[in-house]
Design a protein around this ligand. Sequence first.
Ligand SMILES: Nc1nc2c(c(=O)[nH]1)N[C@H]1C(S)=C(S)[C@@H](COP(=O)(O)O)O[C@H]1N2
Ligand SMILES: [Mo]
Length: 270
Amino acid sequence: MTDESSTPTAAERTPEPLQSEAAVLAEARLRSRRAFIGLGLAGLAGIGGWGWLVSRPQDSGIAKPLRRVLDFNARLSSAYYKETRLAPEFARSRARNPRINGKVGLKSELDPVAWRLRVQDFATGNTQEFTLEDIKALPKIEMTTELKCIEGWSTVVHWGGARLSDFLARYPLAARPGTPQARAAYVGMRTPDDAYYVGLDMPSALHPQTLLCYEMNGMPLTAGHGAPLRLVTPLKYGTKHLKRIGTIAFSDTRPKDYWAEMGYDWDSGH
Ligand SMILES: Nc1nc2c(c(=O)[nH]1)N[C@H]1C(S)=C(S)[C@@H](COP(=O)(O)O)O[C@H]1N2
Ligand SMILES: [Mo]
């Protein structure tokens, strides 16, 4: 497994990638190496009977221990590649305002002062609340990426926000009880009214371009685009870019997903 194998080829790249891609990629490699080691330790713990593998996602439907190990190895490599693949980034001058698309969960008025991000601790089940200031206190990341909708349109957008991975490093709420270096397998997010909801596998959630965004094209998010905080994850279709995040929770089974329930691919990667 060489580093070169995970670098996008010229053909895969869309025009005008930024130089910063190299820096982001280097960081992604570093992070995925750490994740690789972390998953390896967690795997050994499971084989040793400490229960990690047993508590892995049920949708794998695997019964035999050997099968578990094989499947585990497959997941390990898939996690590695997911984290090192990057969506192309564009010159900021190409950014436009996307259309407002999808208003499920945005029907009611939202008081931005009263809003809190509610995150359920995987280990204890307790809910912790965060203000937008808490999110803004994390390192600010800006990126110009393509928002692709399954309906067939796409728009280059300049986003500003915090990495979900930085949030989960600062607040280890996804940590697995007893094995804190390992995390829950999935992240679920919902609007405050629970009307729209998405699920992400943990490698996608920890991807360096998966952001909790509070700015679009240099301006605070508008209500229609998901104020005060929305998800942006440019390796996936727009369906996963949940606007107006209310709640985040972690699980070992796939969280429910609005568009997956309508028959769309659960991962919705592209
Ligand atoms: N809360 C909520 N978030 C949502 C949706 C929705 O209906 N409700 N639609 C999704 C879809 S299908 C797309 S393409 C993007 C569009 O984001 P935009 O309105 O900022 O262009 O939002 C996503 N996030
Ligand atoms: Mo969409």
